[in-house]
Design a protein around this ligand. Structure first.
Ligand code: FAD
Length: 398
């Protein structure tokens, strides 16, 4: 099927003076690594240490997604994504990197667990079988995902950044200016951080603070975790247990995640605002009553409306509104030009609640876009998809 022109990638990049990647979370680290392995020199900038914002959790679950419909796009995407990430972690470990984590299975508790389908290896376990496998604290039945597991995102991110073509600098981008050839990256005091022909914006929800990506339809969502260590480390599961909440082993104990606050960028969420965190996991696991002893962490991630990431060239939204203004009339697609982009500017973002799982595949898509190669997932992740959908429905707002 012919690709819809509004989902076409930009022309291959003019590699010129290399790349600047903005953000040293998992999005920036995977993007930098994929480009570096293709021979590109990459400068990564971040005001914070790598993997200290959303990527800085003590653990992340890595799993494919099952669905009742085997053609479910989220299931297809996150199954491919899981496989790419697993290959990447295996390869980093073979290269000698120490990355905490394991692929010993994940239990997914779901009301329709018995109806779940997908390409990933899985089996349904009733509650007794789950207890036999995970011990007496387990409370639920569920789908057992054989090859899935967990990872330390901090170890994973730092291993990705450890490449001879990658340099990490401490700097915060405040604005970007294009002179027709190169992008100038400016700091708060208006000094120039760097100049580059190509820039990848991979700065999480703060994409909304950069003029060129401010109109991307992404939403910040805050969530919180409790990290149990020391005397309480023995009460947790040996593998991730996912349902209303998520329980996951860490290198030094285990953690519990639940609760979301939409449209907030506050990452100092108070425990008191989240009584659900324990309630939502009570059906999954006999959690000890010692929340006060746990470390609390909150972080903000960026989500999209269809729960798929945004990857590719940054669209020229103003131009796109003009050239696709009459999309609702259903004219044949060859009447329309290819999606207009801001030359040399790319985005890898909106990784949502599964970004550690999906960033590697997203970076592979980005690498294909930069080098002018086709990638099966490129149209589905195109950052212009939401505006195109709205215009097709005759709406003018993104
Ligand atoms: C509580 C919680 C649990 C999660 N659990 C899982 C899980 O189990 N499995 C899973 O796969 N995913 C999970 N996720 C999702 C995953 O953590 C995120 O999708 C992912 O970390 C987002 O990565 P990122 O690089 O886009 O953002 P971030 O990690 O936030 O990185 C963005 C970086 O950009 C930098 N930055 C921002 N603005 C600028 C600027 N102007 N200039 C320079 N640098 C800038 C920031 O300092 C930051 O380092 C979870 C997320 C949360 C919050």
């Amino acid at each position: 099927m012919k690709t819809q022109p509004w989902l076409a990638p930009p022309e291959a990049a003019d590699l010129g003076e290399g790349f600047v990647v903005v953000g040293a979370g998992i999005a920036g680290a995977t993007a930098a690594r994929v480009l570096a392995e293709r021979g590109v020199s990459v400068q990564v900038i971040d005001p914070c240490a790598p993997a200290s914002k959303a990527t800085g959790n003590p653990a992340a679950v890595l799993r494919p997604v099952l669905a009742r419909d085997t053609k479910d796009p989220l299931s297809l995407f996150y199954t491919d994504a899981f496989e790419s990430t697993r290959r990447r972690i295996d390869s980093l470990r073979e290269q000698g990197h120490t990355i905490a984590g394991g692929f010993d299975g994940v239990l997914h508790s779901h009301p329709r667990a018995q109806d779940m389908r997908g390409r990933a290896k899985h089996e349904y376990l009733d509650a007794a079988k789950v207890q036999a496998r995970l011990g007496p604290h387990a409370r639920s039945d569920g789908v057992w995902l054989n090859d899935a597991g967990w990872v330390s995102p901090v170890d994973y991110c730092n291993a990705l950044l450890d490449h001879s073509n990658i340099e990490v600098h401490q700097a915060e981008l405040v604005s970007l200016a294009f002179n027709g050839l190169t992008w100038r990256l400016m700091a708060a005091d208006e000094s120039v951080i760097s100049q580059a022909d190509n820039v990848v914006l991979a700065n999480g929800w703060r994409l909304l603070q950069i003029a060129q990506t401010a109109s991307l339809p992404i939403n910040p969502v805050a969530s919180q975790l409790l990290h149990y260590k020391d005397a309480h480390s023995k009460h947790g599961p040996s593998v991730p247990v996912v349902g209303g909440g998520t329980l996951c082993p860490t290198a030094d104990g285990w953690m519990l995640t639940a609760g979301h606050w939409h449209d907030t960028t506050e990452d100092t969420v108070d425990m008191a605002r989240n009584p659900e965190i324990l309630e939502r996991s009570a059906d999954l696991w006999a959690v000890p009553d010692c929340a006060d002893d746990a470390d609390v962490r909150a972080a903000v991630r960026a989500t999209s409306r269809d729960y798929l990431p945004m990857v590719g060239g940054v669209p020229d939204f103003e131009q796109a509104r003009i050239v696709y203004a009459d999309l609702q009339h259903g004219r044949q697609i060859h009447h329309y030009p290819a999606a207009p982009h801001q030359g040399g500017l790319y985005v890898l973002g909106a990784l949502g609640g599964r970004g550690i799982t999906s960033a590697q595949l997203c970076a592979e898509v980005l690498g294909s876009v930069v080098f002018g190669e086709a990638h099966a997932w490129q149209p589905a992740l195109h950052p212009l998809r939401f505006l195109a959908r709205e215009l097709k429905r005759g709406k003018t707002a993104p």
